[in-house]
Design a protein around this ligand. Structure first.
Ligand SMILES: [Cu+2]
Length: 84
């Protein structure tokens, strides 16, 4: 039986069936804002709910997703960007 008073946050994640992870990639050929948009779109095509912060100045892409790291990496590569 479930005791509501002892339900932990990790248990809540478990019953939702998702575990959100933070990923950080370095994408050296992300040169401008439209590159950042293209990368964001590519990631959201594999995970609609992903939150993506792509910064062309630092070349860093920060992602929060429950999709695997390799799927995200592939999506960025398929959009034409190298992941360092
Ligand atoms: Cu660009």
């Amino acid at each position: 039986m479930l005791d509501r008073h002892t339900t932990s946050p990790s248990y809540t994640n478990f019953i939702r069936g998702c575990q959100t992870v933070k990923l950080q990639f370095n994408v050296p050929n992300m040169a401008c804002g439209s590159c950042a948009k293209a990368i964001t779109k590519a990631i959201q095509s594999v995970d609609q709910k992903a939150s993506v912060e792509a910064d062309p100045k630092t070349k860093q892409v920060a992602i929060e997703t429950d999709t695997s790291e390799s799927a995200i990496r592939d999506a960025i590569k398929n959009a034409g960007y190298a992941v360092a």
